[in-house]
Design a protein. Structure first.
Lengths: 310, 186
């Protein structure tokens, strides 16, 4: 498997399968009384978060700690990241401390790649702008495998703001690579014009997207990423694309409902659906830790060049 | 081929008798196979213990990959294998079962993994083949066969025939020696 994890696009199916398989073994570690193995003892992982995040950062932090790594968190509000030091200077400074992996989140697409080009440490993208969020897609695939026993041949409907969602992009690539059929639906302004070039079907209505779906993935409506004019009112969105048990009837009887969290209750999902099966939101969170342990195990320590002599 | 199915089964039967001789309280036995090779052997030893002494020994499997001292030495990380421990190890007499013991490093890793799971009353080691190139002070309590080899060789248990994929009891077992097939430290 390649060094670093910047995106799902272009990732080989065999590599995705290796990560998922490793993650299922890591999940067993998380079910023990002592949820810690010594694999990354003495190794350090830097969480470099330029964009606020509690869930993903915590998930990576727990994953690293369960592997016995030292995890150091840098977030934009608490460090020189807010003192207008350039991104690359910050990254190079951190790299000089010889970390074994750097986890990067940034509000601008492509920043993890720019950082990776400069660093000896492998870089793991924890979300960049509207580009990719590879560990989210991998944990979603893991959850589907756990629920359905496979991905191949399943029908997956992704509902919401496809155009601005890195979760959607990564999942589209991931599910297609693993052999699923993918449909997207959302307000017309949120469906990219050339989305079908990716190999997905752009459904004209929620009902058409849900018809016979095995997996229904609702995306978070991100107020902070929207320019007002392109978006209908929240109430209109909830009425048209918000999922509840009545609308879910169009999907397969055993369809599962996923959401990357945090849920806007009553918007993307009804209260009832947010809390109970067939939604598997907390399983996604649980699997996220195991999946990130797998990625750190497969990546940490694979520095591009030997450490420079002092 | 170093060992054929009949020889392996004979050795495992003798080892089961030795386990019975060695241990006073047989009710606390827990056979723990180290994947992949140790798992079918642990299961066969458990069947032998049942036939010979009417014992219902616990059987589990314990992956050592995350405890190996060489896990991070290579770019491509060793694949993980299943850990399935049906019961706690506390106060049990655990017998770690592996197909081949050579340097002793896998057994060291297995002991650390085991002790993270709890506090066994005692830990013993059973190996079908002892190659003898020990790099750590590890002793084998039950040996199927001592076989001198060169350190670059690969020695491994294989299952063949009906039910081999599923590790069924009737699958034929054999131990093969592949000259020079092992990397450094295997």
């Amino acid at each position: 498997m390649q060094r670093g994890l910047l995106g799902i696009e272009g990732m080989e199916r065999a590599d995705i399968e290796l990560v998922l398989e490793t993650a299922f073994h890591m999940k067993e570690v998380g079910q023990r009384d002592v949820k810690k193995v010594p694999t990354l003892r003495g190794r350090s992982i830097i969480n470099l978060f330029f964009e606020p995040s509690t869930r993903t950062r915590t998930s990576f932090e727990i994953a690293g700690k369960r592997l016995s790594a030292d995890v150091i968190n840098f977030s934009s509000s608490a460090s020189s990241l807010s003192k207008s030091e350039s991104i690359l200077d910050t990254a190079k400074t951190l790299d000089a401390m010889d970390p074994d992996a750097v986890v990067v989140r940034h509000q601008v697409a492509g920043v993890p790649k720019r950082i990776a080009d400069e660093l000896a440490a492998p870089v793991i993208n924890a979300g960049d702008g509207a580009h990719e969020h590879p560990t989210q897609a991998l944990l979603d695939l893991m959850t589907v495998v756990e629920e359905k026993g496979r991905v191949d041949g399943l029908c997956v409907a992704i509902i919401g703001d496809i155009a601005h969602s890195r979760v959607a992009r990564s999942n589209i690539h991931g599910f297609l690579t693993m052999g699923a059929e993918v449909r997207v639906a959302g307000p017309p302004t949120m469906i990219p014009a050339r989305v079908e070039a990716l190999g997905v079907k752009a459904a004209r209505s929620l009902r058409e997207a849900l018809d016979g779906a095995d997996v229904v993935m609702a995306l978070r409506i991100q107020g902070e990423r929207l320019s007002g004019a392109a978006f209908p009112s929240i109430r209109e969105y909830a009425a048209t694309f918000g999922l509840d048990r009545a609308k879910l009837r169009f999907a397969q009887d055993d369809a599962i409902v996923m959401h990357p969290g945090p849920v806007n209750r009553g918007v993307e999902l009804s209260h009832d659906l947010a809390d109970r099966r067939p939604s598997v939101i907390l399983d996604q969170v649980r699997n996220g830790v195991a999946l990130r342990m797998a990625v750190l195990y497969l990546q940490a320590g694979r520095r591009a060049r030997a450490q420079e002599p002092r | 081929m170093l060992l054929a199915d009949a020889e392996i089964r004979r050795a495992l039967l003798r080892m089961a008798h030795e386990v019975i001789e060695r241990n006073g309280d047989l009710s606390r036995l827990y056979l723990v196979g180290i994947p992949n090779g140790g798992v079918p052997l642990a299961r066969q030893m458990a069947r032998n213990l049942r036939e010979v002494a009417g014992l219902d020994a616990l059987v589990g499997m314990l992956d050592t990959s995350l405890y190996r001292d060489d896990a991070l030495l290579k770019e491509q990380r060793p694949p993980l294998r299943p850990t399935e421990m049906p019961s706690a190890v506390d106060n049990r007499v655990v017998i770690l079962v592996d197909d081949v013991v050579n340097t002793g490093r896998t057994i060291r890793a297995a002991m650390d993994a085991l002790l993270d799971l709890g506090r066994p009353r005692a830990v013993q080691v059973a190996a079908l083949v002892d190659r003898g190139h020990r790099e750590l002070p590890i002793r084998i309590d039950y040996v199927g066969k001592n076989i001198p080899t060169q350190s670059g060789d690969l020695v491994k248990l294989f299952l063949a025939g009906e039910g081999a994929e599923a590790g069924a009891p009737e699958a034929a077992m054999k131990v093969l020696l592949l000259r020079g097939a092992a990397g450094e430290g295997a």
